[in-house]
Every structure is written in structure tokens, then in C-alpha cells.
Design a binder for this molecule. Structure first.
Ligand SMILES: Nc1ncnc2c1ncn2[C@@H]1O[C@H](COP(=O)(O)OP(=O)(O)OP(=O)(O)O)[C@@H](O)[C@H]1O
Length: 248
């Protein structure tokens, strides 16, 4: 039985994404109910980043559709519903902005055209910085932070924004144990207070500990649902038995 679409944070129907002759995602049907914290698992090249970009509206589908809380991705972004923590490689770290300014970007949707932060914006940024323990580094250029601190800055941006759906593309890659703990604590807290979260990770052991659902991907959805039902030996063999895409 299909889930109640009115309650869906993400509804993906028949999504196919091709890069030239290479099919990265093929006929994806997937629904994520509001309030879930879902772990996305797949080998390198299985289409995880493409899925995130499609959800963000940064990658046009070849066919099919993505709806977020009933909106198109572009509309959902405009409404400030989406927070995105991209893979480290996808960010230009030389961009001359401070950590505080990165977090303040989460408030742009509240500011109007002048982008002059008001009292509420400054307070939200200060609180978000505090929650990820970056207050002392707020003045630093973003590229001067460690890998884990950079991830925490992006998580803080999502917190300051009050995003209803947070997408995190491998937030634990190259991150030390302290940052990982801080990020997981914040994700749990955000989820507890109503934020729906989709997080890609290579750390299989973490999924049952952190997530309420799991999604196994290899160009197509291999399995999705409760972690215990999804993370079976047979499904994992299917997920990791695939060689990384040869076109990569
Ligand atoms: N801009 C692009 N142009 C052409 N092919 C691309 C492009 N981006 C991704 N691909 C291809 O699409 C497939 C899926 O890539 P994607 O980056 O979505 O996978 P991934 O699961 O996120 O991989 P990783 O875990 O290594 O980040 C791969 O075969 C990749 O080579």
C-alpha cells in the first residue's frame, strides 16, 4: 500500500536521470514520510549524489518527477524548506566568506532583498553556531576549517534556516569522531523536533543506530523501509555486489 502522500516529505515518481548515454538513476519510485530520518546507502557511482541533486532541483530529470511537501523542488527551496549539506568536493572552499556568513546564508529567505540581517537572524545564527560548537571559529574563512568543522558549519546553516527537510551527502566522510558525535546529536535533535532527514553514509553500522528507515540504491531502488527489514544479508549483497560504475 502506498503511504499517504499528504504526509510525504519526498515523493519521487518514475525518476530517470541520464548524463549523455549514462543512466545514473532509472525509474526511481520513492516516498519518504514526514518525520523520518532515512539512511541512503549505495556504492560509489550508485547515484546518491544525483538523487540529492534531483531532490534539490539542481539536476533536471530526464523523465519522472520529484515533489517535496507537495511542491516542486524549486518552490520548496524558495520557501526555505530544504537544507543541503553537500559533499566536500562539491564546494568551492576558497570562496571569501566567513563561517558566520555561511550560516547566515540559511537566513536569506527571511531577509528580503537587502539581505541585511535583523536581530532574529543574528540570534538564530548565534544559536546554530553554538549548537555545533563553532562560535569560537565564526570569524574564520570557511576554507580554513577542518573537514568535520566545515560539515558542522553546513549543518548550522540548516539549523539557522529552520529547514523542514535536510539532505546530507556523506556528512561523516573524513570527519573525526568528535565532529561525528556532534553532528549525530544535532541530527537526532532536529529530527525529534520535526525535521525530516535524508543522509547518505558508508557507515552501515550507523544506520540502525541513527535512522528510522533505510534506502538501498544502485541506479534503482533495491530496497527501502525499516532498517531491520532492509539491511538483510541478501539486500546488502545486492547493494555492494555491484562493481562501481565503469563510466566514473
Ligand atoms: N556531471 C556528470 N556527468 C556525467 N556523468 C556523471 C555526472 N555526475 C555523475 N555522473 C555519473 O553518474 C553516475 C552516478 O554518480 P553519482 O555521483 O550520483 O554517484 P554517487 O553514488 O553519489 O557516487 P559517490 O559515492 O562516489 O559520490 C556515475 O556513473 C557517475 O559517473
Amino acid at each position: 500500500m502506498r503511504t499517504d502522500r499528504a504526509n510525504d516529505a519526498i515523493t519521487i515518481t518514475g525518476l530517470t536521470v541520464r548524463y549523455g548515454g549514462n543512466t545514473a538513476l532509472e525509474r526511481i519510485d520513492y516516498e519518504l514520510a514526514g518525520g523520518e530520518l532515512c539512511g541512503l546507502i549505495g556504492v560509489n557511482g550508485s547515484g546518491k549524489s544525483t538523487l540529492f541533486k534531483s531532490i534539490m532541483g539542481l539536476q533536471a530529470p530526464s523523465s519522472g518527477s520529484v515533489r517535496l511537501f507537495g511542491h516542486s523542488p524549486a518552490a520548496a527551496r524558495k520557501l526555505g524548506l530544504l537544507g543541503y549539506v553537500p559533499q566536500a568536493e562539491a564546494v568551492d572552499w576558497t570562496f571569501p566568506v566567513s563561517v558566520r556568513e555561511v550560516v547566515m546564508m540559511g537566513r536569506y529567505g527571511y531577509m528580503g532583498r537587502t539581505r541585511r540581517p535583523g536581530h532574529a537572524d543574528k540570534a538564530a545564527v548565534a544559536e546554530a553556531l553554538e549548537r555545533v560548537d563553532l562560535t569560537a571559529l565564526a570569524h574564520r574563512q570557511i576554507g580554513e576549517l577542518s573537514g568535520g568543522q566545515k560539515k558542522r558549519a553546513f549543518v548550522a546553516r540548516g539549523i539557522a534556516q529552520g529547514a523542514k527537510l535536510m539532505l546530507l551527502d556523506e556528512p561523516f566522510a573524513g570527519v573525526d569522531i568528535g565532529s561525528e558525535q556532534l553532528i549525530t546529536d544535532q541530527l537526532r535533535e532536529l529530527n525529534r523536533t520535526g525535521t525530516t532527514i535524508l543522509i547518505s553514509t558508508h557507515d552501515l553500522a550507523q544506520v540502525p543506530r541513527l535512522c528510522s528507515s533505510a534506502l538501498l540504491l544502485h541506479r534503482r531502488v533495491l530496497a527501502s523501509g525499516a532498517p531491520a527489514a532492509v539491511l538483510t544479508d541478501a539486500n546488502l549483497a545486492l547493494t555492494f555486489g555491484h562493481a562501481p560504475s565503469e563510466t566514473r
